[in-house]
Design a protein around this ligand. Structure first.
Ligand code: HSE
Length: 449
């Protein structure tokens, strides 16, 4: 029997903004190819959106449009609910209700899954329905599928990703055009890259949600955003981007998760990355993720992390997966987080998230100091006394006071690896020196070798 004779699978959208309309358009445009791949048609038959007029304009007359998401969930003809509302509030309630109603769920909502994933996956497991979320991490890049399926042979060693386009755009603009942070942020908002509340982008929260999901899939641990270390780019100064460049590095906001001796590292912060690495050259709003597996070595995934059709590409990939697999026994489907749920808790629950104070990495430090004899010796003396080894030192006339006869100077130090707690101690001691004239800047450095 030809599988293409099956009736189409019916999809209800909750929210039809940028991603929803992209999903509708791509499904229409490529419907024949998608039908041949999925083995049956995939049709959006119902849409809920508070803005009914906008929704009707987006989908035309063949689709039922309502202003109440619960009508979609209650409709027995709907097989899959696509949640595109976002946030942790009503979206969580609706996803749980859809699962309870026996619907399969596709969501692009990284915040929801990073914070409430354990509850949602447990509910879906009980009901035997699928919850798919390719669009939640790095937009159109199929990184969830790569980690969960393509790299399944590997013991994953680490993942490092540029997984927030807004901040990567801002950093690129600051470096290329010498723009201030605020000006670059406004431009990112104008171009529609930033979240409705850009705080999630610039404070690293959005990247934190995404790396939390990748970490769970890579290491078979529960999603635990509350244990992630999250630091954004709001404190980055233009001169650090310039100094980093002079030393052969670019500054990127990285989401990092790593298998360490004492557990799993889970962190987001600005990082110096050697300019020669491919990921250091990912510019503008593009995303990229590097995954290191023990068998495959280093792999790199690059593409658009946001936008209407790139994100729709990921949503539809999930719809096709569900169309292919929803009739299979739940135990024969791919597990939500790559590891079978019951073995996951038993085998992996003893892998803790490493506190930031115990993370080992190298550092870039910038100190504004009085240009006097002995200052450098005092600073390097503190580092030496704590066993922190120096990799390179650069002295530059401070930008803001420069000129002949200046009595201040910028001291830039690159260190070798040390544990974060030691660096915190060194920073406190250096900051207390009367010759250190301003708060010290500390940026972590990742060689990604
Ligand atoms: N605001 C996000 C970003 C888009 O800038 O990458 C999708 O998560």
């Amino acid at each position: 029997m030809k599988p293409t004779n099956l009736s189409p699978i019916r999809v209800g959208l909750l929210g039809i903004g940028t991603v929803g309309s992209g999903t509708f358009n791509v499904l229409q445009r490529n419907q024949e190819e998608i039908r041949r791949r999925a083995g049956r048609g995939i049709e959006i038959t119902m849409v809920a959106d508070l803005d009914v007029a906008r929704a009707k304009a987006a989908v035309g007359s063949g689709v039922q449009v309502v202003d109440d998401a619960r009508k979609v969930i209650a409709n027995p003809d709907i097989d899959i609910v696509v949640e595109l509302i976002g946030g942790y509030g009503i979206a969580r309630q609706l996803v749980l209700e859809a699962i309870e109603a026996g619907k399969h769920v596709v969501t692009a909502n990284k915040a929801l899954l990073a914070v409430h994933g354990t509850e949602i996956f447990a509910a879906a497991h009980r009901k035997g329905v699928m919850v798919a979320f390719e669009a939640a991490v790095a937009g159109g890049i199929p990184i969830i599928k790569a980690l969960r399926e393509g790299l399944t042979a590997n013991s994953i060693q680490w993942i490092a990703g540029i997984i927030n386009g807004t901040t990567n755009f801002i950093l690129s603009e600051m470096r290329d055009k010498g723009l201030d942070f605020d000006v670059a942020l406004k431009e990112a908002q104008r171009l529609g890259y930033a979240e409705a509340d850009p705080t999630f982008d610039i404070e690293g929260v959005d990247a934190g949600h995404k790396v939390t999901l990748m970490s769970a899939i890579a290491f078979g641990i529960p999603v635990q955003f509350d244990k992630a270390y999250v630091e954004g780019i709001t404190q980055l100064a233009a001169q650090d981007i310039r100094y980093a460049e002079q030393l052969g590095y670019r500054i990127k906001l990285l989401g990092i998760t790593k298998r360490a001796a004492n557990g799993i590292e889970l962190r987001v912060h600005p990082s110096l990355v050697p300019a020669k690495r491919l990921i250091a050259n990912v510019e503008g709003a593009m995303n990229a993720v590097v995954v290191q597996g023990d068998a495959v070595g280093t792999t790199l995934y690059y593409g658009k992390g946001a936008g209407s059709e790139p994100t729709a590409s990921a949503v539809i990939a999930d719809l096709v997966d569900i169309a292919r697999l929803h009739t299979a026994d739940p135990e024969h489907r791919v597990p939500y987080l790559a590891f079978q749920p019951d073995t996951m808790t038993q085998a992996m629950s003893d892998l803790p998230i490493v506190p930031m104070s115990e993370v080992v990495t190298s550092y870039y430090l910038r100190l504004k100091v009085a240009d006097e004899t002995g200052v450098l010796a005092k600073v390097t003396g503190i580092l030496a006394s704590l066993g922190i080894s120096i990799d390179a030192v650069l002295q530059r006339e401070a930008d803001d006071v420069g000129g002949e006869g200046s009595t201040q100077t910028d001291l830039i130090i690159l260190t070798h690896d040390c544990v974060e707690a030691k660096m915190n101690e060194a920073l406190a001691q250096m900051q207390a020196l009367p010759t250190v004239l301003a708060p010290i800047t500390r940026i972590r450095k990742e060689e990604l070798a």
